[in-house]
Ligand binder design. Structure first.
Ligand SMILES: NC(=O)c1ccc[n+]([C@@H]2O[C@H](COP(=O)([O-])OP(=O)(O)OC[C@H]3O[C@@H](n4cnc5c(N)ncnc54)[C@H](O)[C@@H]3O)[C@@H](O)[C@H]2O)c1
Ligand SMILES: [Zn+2]
Length: 359
């Protein structure tokens, strides 16, 4: 097992990465000295495979868990579902020392984290992320929240978990498309922070695609380390944390304008990262070879790197991009790369240049 510390003063916690960790959930929670009662929040897909093991492990360690299963999918990330969870927590008389276990992908993590952040003004929670995206990204860093009709993640809280358990065995049941989508975030960490990681991904991609446990352990732990490092320096995104958004300005625009569901998040940001690399070449002198290496790695991973846009879709994409949080004073701000491993944030890019990299 690898342990990655997240240093945030009295809100510090550990990310543990390894195989078979779910069976140790109870023992791990016992070490945190939490109350006896707890809720395991999961979704209908993940629960089928892993709820029993989680609950059994908690019971064996002396806890009194109960299960809340929400329907799988982004639709569960909404206020109505938060209220349903509150009602169940109240019915089971959860108190300030009680805790919540988020067992699932980013949807469950964001929802359960927000419930934990707000129920009784905050009760402890533990993340057990089961998708690649959730293990390397959404479970680390304390962003929790839900969507509104007006847009994604518009309601939320910064609220750190007490522990993150990344059980690599969860990938055994993760659908291929979801797994590959997560690789887009993995590659992103190499681009924004770690040229060695990027080179390692180029070398080990076949093993990674086979979900080789040894390769995965090293890669997941390194990605968590990078995210922890960035979040440790800028917890609430006043500066540096923005680099995690590399490829996301265009990526979010694509998700938004095509409707959520057409592209998975990782697919959209793969396209976004390749477009951002082209802008980086023009504006920050990113070497053409670096840009080509990035595009090649996404392609070999099985991710899309470009889209054909109709005029109407292009219009929608720009409208979505201009509505994004990263806009100030009508100009779109990008994270751009100077080289693989080094990026700069807050880069203003004119819309005609963006048009040029979206064929
Ligand atoms: N909080 C953050 O910092 C942060 C960062 C990035 C993304 N997010 C959020 O994360 C969400 C996306 O997360 P996601 O990609 O994990 O999606 P998800 O939670 O919807 O999971 C994807 C699908 O895989 C299924 N699944 C999950 N684990 C499985 C497993 N081990 N075996 C079989 N099936 C499994 C789920 O039921 C779902 O159908 C979005 O809502 C996004 O906004 C949050
Ligand atoms: Zn992302």
């Amino acid at each position: 097992m690898r342990i990655v510390p997240v240093s945030l003063g009295n809100r510090s916690y550990a990310i543990k990465v390894g195989g078979g960790l779910l069976a140790h959930l109870g023992v791990e929670c016992a070490a945190l000295k939490l109350g006896q009662r707890c809720a395991v929040i999961t979704d209908s897909n993940v629960g089928k495979h892993y709820a029993k093991v989680a609950v059994k492990s908690l019971v064996a360690a002396g806890f009194e868990p109960f299960l809340i299963t929400v329907p799988a999918g982004e639709k569960s990330k909404r206020i109505a579902m938060v209220e349903k969870c509150y009602d169940q927590l109240a019915a089971h008389r959860l108190e300030r020392k009680s805790f919540i276990v988020a067992l699932g992908g980013g949807v469950v993590g964001d929802l359960a984290g927000f419930v934990a952040a707000t129920y009784l003004r905050g009760i402890p929670f533990v993340q057990v992320p089961t998708t690649l995206l959730a293990q390397v990204d959404s479970s680390v860093g304390g962003k929790t929240g839900v969507n509104l009709k007006a847009g994604k993640n518009l309601v939320g809280a910064f609220y750190q978990p007490r522990l993150v358990l990344c059980d690599l065995d969860a990938f055994k049941t993760l659908p291929k498309r979801e797994y590959i989508s997560g690789l887009a975030e993995v590659i992103k960490y190499g681009v924004i922070y770690d040229a060695d990681l990027f080179a390692q991904l180029e070398r080990n991609l076949p093993k990674l695609l086979k979900r080789d446990p040894t390769t995965l352990a090293a890669v997941v732990a390194r990605c968590c380390e990078i995210k922890a490092d960035v979040v440790g320096q800028d917890e609430t995104e006043t500066g540096l944390r923005a680099i995690l958004n590399f490829g996301h300005t265009i990526g979010h625009g694509i998700e938004n304008s095509f409707g959520y569901g057409k592209f998975l998040h990782g697919e959209a940001i793969a396209i976004g990262q390749v477009a951002a690399a082209k802008l980086s070449h023009q504006l920050l002198g990113l070497p053409a070879n670096d840009s080509a290496r990035m595009e090649k790695l996404f392609v070999l991973a099985g991710l899309p790197v470009r889209i054909k846009l109709t005029a109407a879709q292009r219009k929608k994409l720009f409208a979505a991009m201009l509505l994004d949080k990263k806009v100030s004073g009508g100009e779109v701000k990008f994270v751009l790369a100077e080289s693989i491993g080094k990026v700069a944030w807050g880069q203003k890019v004119a819309t005609d240049l963006i048009n040029g990299v979206l064929p």
